[in-house]
Ligand binder design. Sequence first.
Ligand code: PLP
Ligand code: COI
Length: 342
Amino acid sequence: MDTSLNIDWGNLPFGYHKTDYNVRCYYRNGSWGELEITSSETINIHMAATALHYGQEAFEGLKAYRGKDGKVRLFRWEENAKRMARSADGIMMEKVPEHIFKEAIFKAVKLNAKYIPPYGTGATLYLRPLLFGSGPQVGVKPANEYMFMVFVTPVGPYFKEGFNPVPIEVVRDYDRAAPRGTGSIKVGGNYAASMLPAHRAHMDGYASVLFLDALEKKYIDEAGPANFFGIKDGKYITPQSDSILPSITNMSLEQIAENIGLKVERRPVPIEELATFEEAGACGTAAIISPISKIYDRLNNVTYEYGEIAGPYSTKLYITLRAIQEAEIEDKHGWTTVIEGI
Ligand code: PLP
Ligand code: COI
């Protein structure tokens, strides 16, 4: 660890913190070029780039964890590579080959190794791969040129409450994504659509929003930056929906839930079912698990309460997931990859 950095690791917010290098790769004339390393925090982009006008842009989020044994690991990075490829297909961008994705994320972590938070601080190094149409178009069509880049930033928990339960607010008057739209891929437009209701929720004193299915407003979709799960009667229940992001954290929690004796149900979850859950939570790379204290359905003026203390299953799931990521227990499923040489 580099003590000259003067970072208060235990109190890091989830935000941008300058590091030393980022990694870039360009698709031009029909092929991907060599990876480039730079210290510049800015990019030079054509004013008619499709990313700027038509939202031809996708991103990923994953973390590097400093383990109990001092080694640094990535968690299921192959899933992020696959999801970015699906995002690219979904909005007609050029896909980043997996070997380039891998080389870029490993390089970005290694080059910024001094920013990897120490084990036991609760902080991690967040990796943000980004792919966008950089070539000019004025008509609505895909770019001929793309830029892929990866930057990293040391982060604390997404919700400042960390593992303390947060209140969230149901949104009925805005939709994040349409049923056959882009909700299941990680493109910027989905997040743009979530900002207004999320801002309102913050103004109302809530940490996040809970979106419902856009078509019928009957079923739970997901929280702003995370998937949703509920627990009752020995079951881990999480929404099945075409308009939510397939969360790698949620996929992992489903497996851990089974391992700890919960039955897993992935199915449509009617909003009224919120009244029957013993525990509820939001999960994702940034959020990890954020237990939910209460859910307020603002238009119907109904509140569902789960308590100010995290429930036993959410706690067990959280501890187990973190223990795998930080190599405190055996990684039986082979989810982590050690980055050698740091
Ligand atoms: N849902 C949304 C809308 C997200 O932005 C994220 C974060 O990536 C997630 C869910 C969680 O996905 P993951 O666990 O793969 O980070
Ligand atoms: C993540 O969990 O990695 C996310 O991308 C969520 C959010 C910061 C958009």
